[in-house]
Design a protein. Structure first.
Length: 673
């Protein structure tokens, strides 16, 4: 998901016309919110030892006191870390002391190389500042001054009473969103950390871990024929960001015991691109199978499938050409330009930002001309809101057959074990992406060309000519919901945007998730342990807007997600899950109903994390859900998270309303390739 304050574009969930942007939202700010002014390199923990020693906490090791008197987390190798602590008081309950440890380095990695585990080192090393953000576009929440390629850090939130306790707690391992190009496990808002795990740790009796992983080209570049100084094999396979996530999970397996966590009870969760990552670990990443027991996927744009190595490498060649053009050099195939390039040059090239002046040594060939033939035409048309390939996000994991062996949309890949999982979507996921995409189209084309571009170029690009014809000709209740322009539109969004929103909502989110969950649940039912699946729809009326467009300080809210529009946009559920409503920027304040909903959703997530095979009921007020209902398929119901709802919604009604069985399930990729 994208930065909620300075979003200038978004990633197309569809791979169509809106980029599935990520947003992080955490609720309650820490007692002392830490926003890095420069890359934080926490003392001794930044330099890893050659190998890990021991598992988690040593029962015999005495935990030395930290400078402020808080309890240190001590590892079996004798290393120890200090953090900060704060009291969290749940409604109607007693205060619980939560320890927070920020910026712990879990791995190191050379550019375009697999990560190497970083064991803890030093005694009483202070971890009260988040580690450096991974390189990404400069934004107020993620300033360049706080970024570094040395960015593989994680954050831990745990009840202080869990440290040294005889019975360890389950672990929630959260992966942030951001379209695989931005974000962090720590999301500062000026009012707190949107991913503050303190409330979940205190009230849910769990240890919460949030992580950074490499992004963009630095995390996902696949490229054939590279100089052997870059990689000894002469090619890059991509998926470095996924390998980072796996290494963080491995770190948790070895060291979470020092914080009172149980490595045998890890639940992987994520939102947006984090949910995509979670789906990969669950369904299609063999190296992850033994590292966690259950999964939660929030707003996974399942319809955005992963590219094959051939297509990933073709995009890699486009990137390399753009990088050479940006640097103003001749781009010999095996030239070690990938090592010589600066981080900023890599970021500019991955966004196809080219030098305006004639490049040095390139004669009369302009940089833009040099890459024009290999860049899909939609990039120039839609700008940041454009897909660069028809089969996924501009930068995302690759179906390489080793790290990733299948499409999560198809359910479990061969030999992947069945596990309990939760999936869920927000009511109006497509609104923000459609609004941005339509705005970009309308700014670049004459009005007469806009709708023809959607119907005649964008849809065939994504679905093929036959698929596009079936989509645009489909009729429901006397209208064609997927042919631009829509029959009517609200004042805040054009009729073209309404059409795009319908497509993104129904294809990428509703039908994609129901298809994936149905296939996964069917496989679960056949497994010996019969692990359950659960689903939800988040539909709480908004009081905030996570999205802005423009360049700071000249930004403005994206109209489709303004509270008065009523859309329940992508990522709106996050401050409720973390119960961090206080960290959400905005002029309005949450209602008592919002606070109750946040407490209840946090309890629901905690119920699943604690016992994913049979989640216990929780206390709920009004019509809010009070337990998870198993999801065997569309004959079941989904938990409905809304203070104005009835507590559940029929999955069949969602299926019918999104035209899944009537249309989308018959078209690739949901129907199969």
């Amino acid at each position: 998901m994208r930065n909620p304050h300075t979003t200038r574009g978004a990633w197309l969930a569809l791979a169509v016309a809106a980029a599935l942007a990520g947003t992080g939202c955490s609720s309650t700010p820490s007692a002392t919110p830490a926003t890095p002014a420069a890359p934080a390199t926490p003392d001794a923990s930044a330099a890893p030892a050659p190998s890990a020693t021991g598992q988690g906490r040593s029962p015999a090791a005495a935990a030395p006191p930290c400078a402020d008197g808080t309890t240190a987390a001590t590892f079996a190798n004798g290393a120890s870390v200090c953090g900060s602590q704060a009291a969290v008081t749940p409604a109607g309950g007693s205060a619980v002391t939560v320890n927070t440890y920020l910026g712990i380095q879990y791995a190191t990695a050379e550019r375009f190389q697999a990560p190497v585990l970083a064991p803890p080192q030093g005694t009483g090393v202070v971890h009260t500042r988040p580690g450096a953000f991974c390189p990404q576009a400069d934004k107020p929440s993620f300033p360049t001054s706080a970024q570094s390629e040395n960015c593989l850090y994680l954050n831990v939130f745990t009840p202080q009473s869990a440290i040294g306790a005889a019975r360890p707690l389950p672990v929630l391992f959260f992966i942030h969103g951001g379209a695989f190009v931005e974000g962090s496990g720590y999301l500062p808002t000026g009012q707190g950390n949107l991913y503050d795990g303190s409330y979940l740790a205190a009230t849910g009796r769990m240890v919460v871990v949030t992580i950074n992983y490499r992004l963009g080209a630095l995390g996902f570049l696949a490229l054939d024929q590279v100089d052997r100084s870059v990689d000894p094999n002469g090619s890059l396979q991509g998926n470095y960001g996924i390998l980072d996530q796996q290494q963080a999970l491995q770190w948790v397996q070895q060291y979470i015991g020092a914080f009172g966590g149980d490595p045998a009870r890890v639940t992987v969760a994520g939102e947006s691109a984090g949910a995509m990552s979670t789906g990969l670990h669950l369904f299609a990443a063999p190296g992850s199978a033994k590292l966690f027991q259950a999964a939660i996927m929030e707003s996974n744009p399942v319809g955005s499938v992963y590219r094959t190595p051939d297509r990933a490498q073709a995009m890699g060649r486009t990137f390399r050409d753009a990088l050479c053009a940006r640097m103003g050099v001749q781009c010999a195939t095996r030239q070690p330009i990938l090592k010589k390039a600066s981080v900023q040059e890599i970021l500019d090239a991955q966004a196809l930002k080219l030098r305006p002046a004639k490049a040095r040594g390139m004669g009369k060939v302009r940089p833009k001309d040099r890459v024009q033939t290999s860049v899909p035409p939609l990039v120039g048309l839609l700008g940041e809101a454009a897909p660069q390939v028809r089969d996924g996000l501009p930068w995302s994991p690759t179906l390489d057959g080793t790290v990733i062996t299948g499409q999560p949309l198809a359910g479990y890949a061969a030999d992947m074990p069945a596990k309990p999982f939760v999936f869920g979507i927000n009511r109006d996921e497509g609104a923000v992406f459609a609004d941005m995409a339509a705005t970009a189209l309308e700014a670049r084309l004459k009005p007469a060309l806009v709708d023809g571009t959607v119907n005649g170029i964008i849809l065939p690009w994504v679905f093929g000519q036959d698929g596009a014809r079936a989509i645009t000709s489909y009729q429901a209740q006397g209208t064609r919901p997927y042919k631009a322009p829509a029959a009517s539109s609200p004042g805040y969004m054009s009729a073209t945007a309404v059409t795009l929103s319908n497509i993104i909502n129904d294809f990428a989110f509703r039908c994609g998730n129901l298809a994936m969950a149905g296939r996964g649940a069917a496989a679960n039912a056949k497994a010996a342990s019969a692990p359950p699946a659960f689903g939800y729809l988040f539909a709480q009326a908004p009081w905030f807007n996570l999205y802005r467009t423009g360049t700071p300080p000249d930004t403005k809210p994206i109209p489709a997600c303004q509270p008065q529009a009523g859309n329940v946009c992508h990522a709106n559920e996050l401050p409720y899950v973390f119960n961090t409503l206080g960290a959400v920027p905005g002029t309005q304040q949450p209602s008592e109903g919002d606070r109750t909903l946040a407490q209840t959703m946090a309890a629901a997530w905690a119920s699943f994390v604690n016992t994913p095979s049979s989640p216990a009921p929780w206390t709920a007020s009004g019509n809010l859900p009070a337990r998870w209902t198993p999801y065997p398929g569309t004959s079941s119901s989904l938990a409905l998270w809304s203070t104005a709802g009835s507590g559940s919604v029929s999955a069949a009604a969602v299926d019918t309303g999104a035209n899944c069985g009537a249309l989308w399930n018959t078209i690739a990729p949901i129907a199969g390739n």
